[in-house]
Each structure stands twice: as structure tokens, then as C-alpha cells.
Design a protein around this ligand. Structure first.
Ligand SMILES: *[C@@H]1O[C@H](CO)[C@@H](O)[C@H](O)[C@H]1NC(C)=O
Ligand SMILES: *[C@@H]1O[C@H](CO)[C@@H](O)[C@H](O)[C@H]1NC(C)=O
Length: 471
């Protein structure tokens, strides 16, 4: 109940810009846990390469001044047993590490009056803690950018074991060693964490904010506002809009508000709104990519229905009479952008086309015979293929009305079977070949989607997925 309440509050946090996102991405607690593992691995890697500068100093003891130096300090092992990543609502994730430990080896050298001595030492620290908050903002390219804020590190108790040399000598400066190394380590940790965070940014910079689709279209995935951080998730609003390549013309419609249901089983939830798909249809329509000439050779040989004046003459006798023995050609052209409807478990596309039928004269001139209005509805199956969103459609129903006739009156309904054949055997297979290629989802670098599921919901499709980064 409490969770629902929190999530509904998050949903109410207004985005600071007027643009509603076309695509939403929710990183869940499970995703954040995966992020924690990646962050810890990265920080651990970096801690192992810490190079401590040589340390030298003097200690004043009762017998006088002892000069010592520590050289060749080498990190042998680092452990980060306890790391937590919590979300701080309104700010971002906070990474806290306690009980971290390390072992290092080095050489010591000491000078006291005329006595010189040297040996090696091993140092164990097992009381290191550090924490940092990450703020997530939008960079100028619309990608998320994180920065480490409020980093603090504390190195606690350490134990040193010496080898070689005289114990009465090194015992004189044993305490100073610990404090020198503690200071040196303490100074190194936060810059190193900042470094690990900036590596993370290198990763975030691979977000495909402008993903090329094909020769007509690209998708923009820039963030429309800074991410919303709640106790249990980070929510990103992305533009999710198709554009003609190089020409970003806005369609005459804009994204409606939609919200992802509170799912938690996967690391990541991606909601793709019907706006995104409609913007695709708008782009392809504007580019003229949704019109198609259909000729007889495109209709399977087994079909008794042919694109010639003999077949059409069966239904419209004037055609057989006035244009005997000619082949025909159809021009299917979108009249306006299709309407995409997402209802729970139901994705439907309604399209509005005009169909012009021509007779092909022996000298190749096209003589128009009639123009029909074709309203068709297809059901879409939407699925994820790799990191792409793909689909396949089947014809639901089709409705023909007469636009213009150049061959006198006829019953349009008699042409239904011809146009059903044309849609099922020519138009829809072409659409499906295109849809099967899919459209890039927002991704980072070499991100793989696993355990992926897709649900069609009201006004959007929701993809739940886990991710793996390879290399
Ligand atoms: C799917 O939705 C469309 C349009 O919203 C509707 O006409 C159709 O009957 C629905 N199909 C099913 C199986 O519910
Ligand atoms: C092509 O043939 C048609 C029909 O015979 C005729 O009306 C038209 O003028 C011809 N066009 C050309 C360019 O020869």
C-alpha cells in the first residue's frame, strides 16, 4: 500500500518542460541493484590500481629526530564487502561503502644520527568507509549525465607489520606511518570515485539520442526533463519521436500523458506510446514512403484474381468493353496518417488510403478507371527483437467506398474480394517485411536485453526487461 502511494506520488511529480515524453523508461530497484554491482566492480578495479606516493617525514622522539621514508608502496588487495546504493528522492542514488579493506606492501628506510636501517612492511586497513551522492541531470545533447556530489571518505584503524631492520628503530615511527598512509589514502578515494563516475558518463554518452532507422527516418530519444528520482525507481522521460532524417518537422499531434504501471520484476521498463508509433507513420507518409504501385506480377501466380481488365470486367462490365485485353495497375496512397490504438492486449492500426486503378495502354499510357477510398483496420502483434521493437500485422477488416469513377456507375462492394487479395498478398506482406526489421529502442552501448516481455496496455506498449552489458 505504501509502495503504491509512493509511486502514485512520483507519477504526479510534474516534468519541468511542456513536452510530454513519447517514451518512458523506469529503472527499478532491481535495475539499481545491478547498477550497484557494476559500480562496485568499477570502483574496486580502480582502488586496486591506487598508487600511493612515497612518504617521508620526521618524528621527534626523546632521543632526537628520526627521519623515515616509505617507498614502493603497492596495493596488494582491496575488498568492498558492504556496499549499498539507496535512492534519495529528488536527488539521486547514494552509494555507501563501509568496512572496505586493503592490504599494501612497501619498503621503509630510516635515518637516526649515524644509524641507517631499512626493511619492508605490510599494512592492513580494514576500516575504510566512503559515500557519495550522484546527481543526475540532462546534458546539452539530452543524455543523462551524473556527477558525484558530497563525496566523503574515512580511513580508520590500520595495522603495520615490519620486516628487516631493528625493531627499536621502526617502533619509533610506527604510529606516524599509519597516519601518513591514512591521509594519503583518504585523499585518493574521492577523486577515484569521481573518476569511476566519469567512466559511467562515458557509458551514458552512448545513449542513442538520435537513432537512425532507415533512409527515411530516425528516432529522437533525448530526455525531455531531468529524471525523477523516487525511493524505489528512477524515471526518465524521453522524446520518443520519429523524424524525417535531417528534417525535424513536428506532426500536427503531440504526446498524451501516459503512466507506466508499478511493475518491479524486471530491471527496466520501457513504455512506448501510441504517439511514437503515430509519429513514425507521419514521417513515412510525409516522405511518400507509404504509397505503392501494384502491378500484376506482384500478385502470386496461384491467385485467380489478376490485375487486368478481364478480371475487373467480371465485376464492372464497362471496363472489359472499353479497354479489352489490357493489363492494369493500382496506386495505393495514404490519404492521411494512420491511427494507432493501444488497448489492453489489443494493438490496432486504422489506415485511410485512396486506390486509383489504371488501365495500361499498349503505348504505356495509364488511363484512370476509378478511385476508391479504402479504410482498413489491421491487428498488430508487437514484439522485441534484439534491442528493436518489431511488429507484424494481419487484416481485420476493410471498407471500400467510391471516390471517382471514369467508367460510369458500379457496385463497389463487388470489388471486395479483389482488394482483400491485394491487401493480403501484396500490401500486408510488404508492411510485415518492413515491420520485422524493427525500430531501435533506447539503448546504451553494448546493452543486451534478457528476460524481455511486452504488454500492450492503454495508449502504450510496455516492455519489461533485464539488461546485461557485454564488454
Ligand atoms: C481491438 O481494438 C479495436 C479498436 O479499438 C476494436 O475495434 C477491436 O474490436 C478490438 N479487438 C479485440 C479483439 O478486442
Ligand atoms: C496512347 O494510347 C492512347 C489510347 O490509344 C491514346 O489515347 C493516347 O493519346 C496515346 N498516347 C501517346 C503519348 O501516344
Amino acid at each position: 500500500m505504501f509502495l503504491c502511494w509512493c509511486l502514485s506520488l512520483v507519477a504526479l511529480i510534474p516534468l519541468t518542460t511542456s513536452t510530454n515524453p513519447g517514451v518512458k523508461v523506469k529503472l527499478t530497484a532491481k535495475g539499481i541493484e545491478y547498477g550497484r554491482q557494476l559500480a562496485v566492480a568499477s570502483i574496486l578495479q580502480k582502488l586496486k590500481t591506487i598508487k600511493l606516493d612515497d612518504v617521508s617525514g620526521k618524528v621527534r622522539v626523546s632521543i632526537g629526530k628520526v627521519k623515515y621514508s616509505l617507498k614502493n608502496m603497492n596495493m596488494v588487495d582491496v575488498g568492498l564487502p558492504t556496499a549499498t546504493l539507496d535512492l534519495v528522492p529528488g536527488t539521486g542514488p547514494k552509494l555507501s561503502i563501509v568496512n572496505a579493506n586493503f592490504r599494501l606492501n612497501g619498503n621503509w628506510r630510516v635515518k637516526y644520527r649515524f644509524v641507517k636501517d631499512s626493511g619492508s612492511f605490510k599494512l592492513n586497513g580494514d576500516d575504510i568507509s566512503f559515500s557519495t551522492s550522484l546527481s543526475i541531470k540532462t546534458d546539452p545533447t539530452g543524455r543523462p549525465a551524473v556527477s558525484s556530489i558530497d563525496c566523503g571518505a574515512n580511513v580508520g584503524k590500520m595495522s603495520v607489520r615490519f620486516r628487516g631492520g631493528a625493531s627499536w628503530l621502526y617502533n619509533l615511527f610506527k604510529k606516524s606511518i599509519s597516519s601518513a598512509i591514512r591521509k594519503a589514502m583518504q585523499k585518493k578515494i574521492c577523486p577515484l570515485v569521481a573518476n569511476a563516475v566519469s567512466d559511467l558518463n562515458n557509458n551514458l554518452k552512448t545513449l542513442n539520442v538520435l537513432a537512425k532507422v532507415d533512409k527515411f527516418a530516425e528516432i529522437e530519444y533525448s530526455m525531455v526533463a531531468s529524471p525523477a528520482v523516487s525511493k524505489t525507481s528512477i524515471d526518465f522521460g524521453l522524446k520518443g519521436e520519429f523524424y524525417n532524417i535531417g528534417k525535424h518537422q513536428e506532426p500536427p499531434f503531440s504526446p498524451a500523458v501516459f503512466s507506466l504501471p508499478p511493475q518491479i520484476n524486471n530491471m527496466l521498463y520501457i513504455g512506448v506510446s501510441s504517439f511514437t508509433i503515430e509519429s513514425a507513420a507521419f514521417v513515412y507518409n510525409t516522405a511518400g514512403a507509404l504509397s505503392l504501385y501494384i502491378t500484376d506480377d506482384m500478385i502470386p501466380k496461384i491467385s485467380p484474381i489478376r490485375l487486368n481488365t478481364r478480371t475487373f470486367g467480371v465485376f464492372i462490365p464497362q471496363i472489359a468493353k472499353r479497354f479489352p485485353g489490357l493489363m492494369m495497375k493500382l496506386l495505393v496512397k495514404m490519404a492521411k496518417a494512420p491511427v494507432i490504438t493501444f488497448e489492453p492486449n489489443n494493438a490496432t492500426v486504422q489506415s485511410f488510403a485512396s486506390v486509383t486503378a489504371y488501365a495500361i495502354q499498349p503505348n504505356a499510357t495509364l488511363t484512370p478507371l476509378f478511385v476508391l477510398n479504402l479504410v482498413s483496420s489491421v491487428s498488430a502483434r508487437v514484439f522485441v527483437s534484439g534491442t528493436r521493437l518489431a511488429g507484424a500485422v494481419t487484416l481485420n477488416k476493410m471498407d471500400l467506398t467510391l471516390g471517382t469513377s471514369y467508367v460510369g456507375d458500379f457496385q463497389v462492394g463487388t470489388l471486395n474480394s479483389i482488394f482483400q487479395t491485394v491487401l493480403n498478398f501484396v500490401v500486408i506482406p510488404r508492411m510485415n517485411a518492413q515491420l520485422a526489421k524493427g525500430y531501435p529502442l533506447p539503448t546504451l552501448g553494448k546493452m543486451k536485453l534478457v528476460n524481455t516481455q511486452l504488454l500492450v496496455l492503454k495508449d502504450h506498449v510496455m516492455i519489461g526487461t533485464d539488461v546485461q552489458f557485454t564488454g
